[in-house]
Design a protein around this ligand. Structure first.
Ligand code: C5P
Length: 227
């Protein structure tokens, strides 16, 4: 059995990370959530007041990129791979709605992408990795043995995200979540650098009406054919 790279790209809130985590566990692979890395950089900018009303102070952020260190650390209690920003576990904080509202503006910046893509390439260097994001199959690992492109209707994605945020106690409306999902689709798909597009050789999965188990089984079978 040879280790492979599994790239899972797709729209926001399609459940990429849920299925990616499960696959990594099953195959005993490393799991890398690249969205968490863009979220951590966004949190860093917010804490420094370089982000106001969706506008990023790009020059300040770029000037200070070298002082951002991002790592992952396995959290045995939660069974998750938490993101560590300059030594601090920020896994919960990066999931807040305020971060979601600003992350696409930060992810558009060339220097931010360059820094994070370099880390991602290193993390997947030895293969045996499941990585999810927007540009994994197109930019980070164009040679990945298995590429999946996940999508679902915006309404269904917003419903899932709304439920998740409500359970965490966030005070927001369904319309706000739907607006955020649509906004991120728009910015992520239309940015100049590494836009969200399906790689030609990616397999598209519309999971609007699929259970998590069905998605997992489908991708696991595709992986097994390539291992
Ligand atoms: O996957 P998640 O929704 O946490 O990603 C947050 C945001 O980070 C996306 O909306 C996108 O703007 C950005 N992103 C990206 N490239 C990746 C992963 C995430 O631009 N590989």
């Amino acid at each position: 059995m040879k280790p492979i790279v599994i790239a899972i790209d797709g729209h926001s809130s399609t459940g990429k990370s849920t299925v990616a985590k499960k696959l990594a566990k099953e195959l005993k692979y490393k799991y890398v959530d690249t969205g968490a890395m863009y979220r951590a950089v966004t949190l860093f900018a917010m804490r420094n007041n370089w982000l106001q009303n969706g506008e990023v102070n790009e020059s300040k952020l770029v000037e200070n990129l070298s002082s951002i260190e991002i790592n992952f650390e396995y959290n045995p209690e939660a069974g998750t791979n938490d993101v560590i920003l300059n030594g601090e576990n920020v896994e919960d904080e990066i999931r807040a709605m305020e971060v979601s509202e600003n992350v696409s503006s930060v992810a558009k910046i060339d220097e931010v992408r360059k820094k994070l893509v370099q880390i991602q390439k290193q993390l997947g260097d030895d293969k045996g990795v499941v990585m999810d994001g927007r540009d994994i199959g197109t930019v980070v690992f164009p040679e990945a043995e298995l590429k999946i492109f996940m999508t679902a209707s915006a309404d269904i994605r917003a419903q899932r995200r709304y439920k998740e945020l409500k359970e965490k106690g966030e005070d927001l409306t369904f319309e706000e979540v739907l607006k955020n999902v649509r906004h991120r689709d728009e910015v992520d798909s239309n940015r100049e650098n590494s836009p969200l597009v399906k790689a030609k050789d990616a397999i598209k999965i519309d999971n609007s009406h699929m259970s998590q188990e069905e998605q997992f089984e489908t991708i696991l079978n595709l992986a097994k054919e390539r291992i």
